[in-house]
Write a protein that binds this ligand. Sequence first.
Ligand code: ADP
Ligand code: MG
Length: 265
Amino acid sequence: MTATAAGCTIGLRGVGKSFARRDGTTLAALSAVDLEAAPREFITIVGPSGCGKSTLLKILAGLTTPSSGEVMLNGEPVRGPRRDVGIVFQSPVLLPWRTALQNVMLPITIYRQPQAPALRRAAELFELVGLTGFEDNYPFELSGGMQQRVAIARALIHAPGTLLMDEPFGALDALTRQMMNIELTRIWDADRKTVVLITHDIAESIFLADRVLVMSARPGRIVETIEVGLPRPRHISVMSDPRFTAHVARIQHLLGVGEAASGGH
Ligand SMILES: Nc1ncnc2c1ncn2[C@@H]1O[C@H](COP(=O)(O)OP(=O)(O)O)[C@@H](O)[C@H]1O
Ligand SMILES: [Mg+2]
């Protein structure tokens, strides 16, 4: 079987990435990453800072070319940015001189798609992300969490089959972040896409996912895949479920969290 297996919307096989350094040496950021995602599967990737998570997502998005390996999306090799993908970055990167609605409509303008059906869809998306009534507000009038929800609506406006998110809630405070996690599972439950979400937050990686891929320190490899197996829709109370806490402990162990502190046990 290859990474292009039928029914697989994302397939990475043996993907590596090295960067040339100024001193003439090379830096291996990723090494031999294999990943397969089924349609409408929610995958999260958790790993230490600098292990190549953003590089991996950029490769998936066609924004970075891998040094080795094969990247397939919806049965086609990825050779550049694609319309069937929506991307959400760590900061919302909204255009400050455009209203929330104008920001959400940006991909429609760029891809020259018809405005009228997109405006109807934008109204639905504002409803979905809980921002109805804020269409005409400028980014500076919105909180960080609201701006990130605008960015999510913008990533969904052209109805991509795949959503790629790179630490989308990394800049938010813990409470807003938890609320955004609940919000995101609700949005995904309403309109299931194939999602790959990068995070360094262990609880977030489990709460959102069908499967968690755990990455090693650089050069990043996937060291373990965890089937979450918790029922949906998920309530925040799932975090005290023994299966949830067992996953947390396993990922902490894989990432070497608290090893120094737990000596003697
Ligand atoms: N364009 C680039 N040129 C050179 N080195 C890079 C580039 N992008 C990333 N790197 C290096 O690759 C490694 C992985 O980076 P990154 O994918 O951003 O990690 P993460 O998102 O997991 O924190 C880091 O050591 C980083 O310095
Ligand atoms: Mg990163």
